[in-house]
Design a protein around this ligand. Structure first.
Ligand SMILES: C[S@@+](CC[C@H](N)C(=O)[O-])C[C@H]1O[C@@H](n2cnc3c(N)ncnc32)[C@H](O)[C@@H]1O
Length: 392
C-alpha cells in the first residue's frame, strides 16, 4: 500500500546566519524540500514533523504552519480571502486569538490595519456559524495567526510555537548579558563539537553555553524543560501523538566528558548554579568562581567556548586588556584545545593576539558579531601572534 504523503508547508524562523545549521537540523528530523531564506527555512512534512520540529530543533525560534496564500486587489478581497479560511478547525468559539502581520513593499501603511481586518474577518465567520465569536488576547492567545504580506500577496500562518523556542524552560535566573539559547546552540553546532571532549566556558555568566552543550552531548531535546507550546491550545491538538514524540527522545544517562564553567563574579556564578540545578545537570557541569586567567583545563584536548563582555551591556574598564588576557591565558595554559569566542567588538577581538583558523558572522540580538575559532597549538606556530582579523 502506498503511504499517503502529507505535504504541509512550514516555515521555521531563526537568527541571521543560522539558516544553514537550522536546515540541517530540519533535514535530520525528516523535513522535505528545505529551503533557506533570510532568517528562516521553509520545509514540508506532516503534523508529527511540526511537533518534532517544536520539540527537537535547537536553532529555530518558532515554527509557522502555512495555512493559505492568496493575492488581493483591495481590502474587500483581502477580508473575503481571510473570511473563507476555516479557522474553526483550530480555534474554539470561546477561545482567544491574536493576529500579527509583517509587510514588505505593501500598500498597507502599518501592520496594524491588515491585522485588524483579518481579525474581523475571522470573528465575523465565527459569528455567522456559531452566533458567537472568540475574543482577542494579544499576550497569550490560544491561536496566534500571522500574515506575511508581500506587495499584494498574503500568506496566512498559524504560529505553532507560542512563546519563542529560545525559552527552553531551564532559565530560573537571568544574567543581564546572557546569550540567546538558540544562538548558543547554533554556536556549538557550528563548532563541530559532538561531545567528544570536555567543554569549558571560562566566562560562563548564567551558564547558557554550558547547559546547551550538555543538552547536546546528552541528547536532551531542546524542549525537554518546557511545558507549553502554542499548538497545545489548538482544537486539533493530538496529545497522544505529542506524547509519542516526546517519549521517543533517546536521552543518554551519562557521558564520559565533563563541563567546566568559571566566572569572576560570585553573583553570576550563583545564577549559573540555579540554572544548572533547574536543568538537573549538576552531575555534569562543574562551576567555580575564578578569574579566567587562573583557570586551567582538567585534561586536554577540550573545547573552549566563551561569550565575554562586549562593553555593550556590561561595564568593562578596558576590553582590550581583558581580551589580551584571554588570548594569553589560552596560549599559555590551554594548548591542545580548540577555542571559540563570540564578540561584537572587532577591535577588542584583535587584542586576543592569536590567529583565528575560522570566522563566522553571527548576530547576538541586534549586535553583529564574529565567532572566531582558534586552534591552540603548543609552542610557537608561524604567525601565531599575528593579527589577521579585518585588515590590520
Ligand atoms: C556576556 S557575559 C556571559 C553570559 C553568558 N554567556 C550567559 O549566557 O549567561 C560575560 C561574563 O564574563 C564574566 N567575566 C568578566 N571578566 C571575567 C574574568 N576576568 N574572568 C572570568 N569571568 C569574567 C562576567 O562576570 C560575565 O558574567
Amino acid at each position: 500500500m502506498i503511504e499517503k504523503q502529507h505535504k504541509e508547508h512550514f516555515l521555521a524562523k531563526t537568527f541571521a546566519g543560522l539558516e544553514e545549521v537550522l536546515l540541517q537540523e530540519l533535514e535530520a528530523l525528516g523535513a522535505h524540500n528545505c529551503q533557506q531564506h533570510s532568517r528562516s527555512v521553509s520545509f514540508e512534512g506532516d503534523l508529527p514533523l511540526l511537533y518534532k520540529a517544536n520539540y527537537f530543533c535547537r536553532t529555530a525560534l518558532r515554527i509557522l504552519w502555512e495555512m493559505d496564500s492568496f493575492t488581493f486587489r483591495d481590502n474587500n478581497q483581502f477580508y473575503d480571502a481571510i473570511y473563507k479560511f476555516p479557522a474553526e478547525k483550530y480555534l474554539s468559539k470561546d477561545g482567544t486569538l491574536a493576529v500579527s502581520a509583517s509587510l514588505t513593499e505593501s500598500d498597507f501603511k502599518t501592520p496594524l490595519f491588515p491585522s485588524v481586518l483579518a481579525k474581523d474577518a475571522i470573528c465575523d465567520r465565527f459569528r455567522s456559524i456559531y452566533n458567537e465569536r472568540p475574543s482577542v488576547d494579544k499576550e497569550e492567545p490560544d491561536v496566534q495567526f500571522h500574515l506575511h504580506i508581500y506587495r499584494n500577496s498574503c500568506t496566512l500562518y498559524l504560529d505553532s510555537s507560542g512563546e519563542s523556542l529560545h525559552k527552553r524552560g531551564y532559565k530560573v535566573s537571568g544574567h543581564p548579558a546572557q546569550i540567546n539559547e538558540v544562538l548558543a546552540a547554533a554556536m556549538i553546532k557550528l563548532s563541530g563539537w559532538h561531545g567528544e571532549c570536555d567543554f569549558i566556558d571560562n566566562m560562563c555568566g548564567g551558564g547558557t553555553l554550558l547547559i546547551e552543550a550538555a543538552m547536546q552531548a546528552l541528547n536532551i531535546p531542546a524542549g525537554y524543560y518546557r511545558h507549553h507550546w502554542g499548538f497545545f491550545n489548538w482544537k486539533n491538538f493530538d496529545r497522544r501523538l505529542w506524547n509519542k514524540i516526546t517519549d521517543s527522545a533517546d536521552i543518554k544517562e551519562d557521558v564520559n566528558i565533563n563541563f567546566y564553567g568559571y566566572d569572576i563574579s560570585g553573583r553570576y556564578l550563583g545564577m549559573a548554579k540555579a540554572n544548572v540545578q533547574e536543568a538537573e545537570l549538576q552531575d555534569f557541569i562543574f562551576l567555580e568562581k575564578s578569574d579566567m586567567a587562573d583557570t586551567r583545563p582538567e585534561r586536554t584536548p577540550a573545547l573552549i567556548m566563551i561569550n565575554p563582555p562586549y562593553g555593550e551591556r556590561l561595564e568593562v574598564e578596558d576590553l582590550k586588556v581583558l581580551y589580551k588576557k584571554i588570548g594569553d591565558t589560552w596560549k599559555q595554559y590551554f594548548s591542545g584545545c580548540t577555542a571559540f569566542i563570540i564578540s561584537s567588538d572587532i577591535e577588542a577581538l584583535k587584542s586576543i593576539g592569536l590567529r583565528p583558523s575560522r570566522r563566522f558572522k553571527l548576530f547576538n540580538g541586534p549586535l553583529e558579531c564574529l565567532m572566531l575559532k582558534f586552534d591552540l597549538y603548543a609552542g610557537k606556530k608561524s604567525g601565531y601572534r599575528e593579527q589577521v582579523i579585518g585588515n590590520s
